[in-house]
Design a protein around this ligand. Sequence first.
Ligand code: XIL
Length: 345
Amino acid sequence: MKKRKWIWIGGAILIIGIAIGGYLMEKQTLRKLAENDDLLIGSSIRYDALLEDDTYQRLATTEFSSWTIENEMKMDAMQPEQGAFNFVKVDEMVQMAEEHDIKLRGHVLVWGEALPEWVSQQVVDRASAEQVLKTHIQELVKHYKGSIDTFDVVNEAWNDDGTLRDTIWLRTIGPDYIPLAFQWAREANPDAKLYYNDYGNEMSNAKSEAMLEALSNWKKDGIPIDGIGMQTHVDAADSRFSKNRIQEWFTRIEDAGFDIAVTEMDVKLQNLNNGDAKNVQAERFGDVMEVCLDTPACGEFTVWGISDNHSWVTEQESPNGKPLLFDENGQPKKAYNTLKRKLLF
Ligand code: XIL
């Protein structure tokens, strides 16, 4: 009789526990849950969607504690004509972020893409390239001193085979453009966190090994590279994805002395049938979150967009990709609940 009583009491406590856990999870936002883990949870943010789409704005300001400017800070948007900087939109986003106590990630200072047309005419040799790049980096970093203190300084510098990507900066300056960019950014703001950012670098492979070796060597020589951003654009159908390999790789980056951020995660679906796809998508978001939570150096987990109707994957790669945490109506998807569960337990 006594034993039975205890089984009943134990069962009741378990059920109440599960109910409280479920209630807490339901009521909490991602941002609130991530706070308890000391983790920034971010999304890329688009100026137009923020102003025009109420649901987007509500989710952006309530679910996330960090915003990465998706396009408005790229060189073509920031310096459309040489020397004529256009800070207006990003300034507005900064103000809105401040009102909601949201941190900003500056994206991106140096990239081979999103260049204004004048660059190809004005950047003709090493001297002109250095002058243009230094001015661009320092104007931005100085303008946002005090409001943006984390930057993706250099973006996507390596090819998949581990060679350096052919960009106007590599052609004119050579590989030195990478360490120089970090030094110029540091000069403009001694307190900023400076990141290298790339895709396909979240596991060990030819590209990521070349990246880590070069960044580590520069770091040893005193180049101020604080962290490495792993974009983590994932295809749900890609069988190379492996939580263990990601964990091993994050640990290696941490051991090399770098901070870590997951900077642009999305998981596109198009090659799987629907039921499976949603589970695989949720699982992959959950796996990367778990790795980030288990790696002390990982301080930020950012997704590349909020709802499927404002996603570069949907627009540019696969219309049925549905790669994000909220559907086109702003309703939370399975992946959203999986992230919450990982943050809560
Ligand atoms: C993408 C934006 O999401 C699109 O809206 C834009 O048209 C092209 O750029 N890696 C990066 C991001 O570092 O800046 C890219 O963003 C996606 C890939």
